[in-house]
Design a binder for this molecule. Sequence first.
Ligand SMILES: [Zn+2]
Ligand SMILES: [Zn+2]
Length: 130
Amino acid sequence: MGDGVGTICGNCEHVSEYLLGVGMLYSSIDRVAHLLPKGAQRLIADIRSKQEITQVDYAHKLYECPSCDTTHPRFYLSFRYGENQMFQPDYRCGDCWGPLRVAQKDIFSYRCRKCGARQLRREFEICPWD
Ligand SMILES: [Zn+2]
Ligand SMILES: [Zn+2]
């Protein structure tokens, strides 16, 4: 199941919509690999050609850029391989190129990506998808 959430900036009215969570259409890692950056796809193919992967976890998640204080939707994927090594794709902020991490705050407490104001509020409910 996934959830949609939309934010609107109280200052510039910039709208962002996010679909978060795991959709039913993704039943295996092969179905989700194309959602990852090309470099990560190559890395995964390489790992899987040599080793067993376990504990696969994935979902559409909200990431945050700690330096811009903005949110960025990305496809999260992690799994274990080898001697307890953990794989996760590296994502970067499209604005400042800083590393992104999984968002830790309420979506409405970040800055607007367009004008930088901290005035995000809920836009409207989007129907659950999958
Ligand atoms: Zn704004
Ligand atoms: Zn940034």
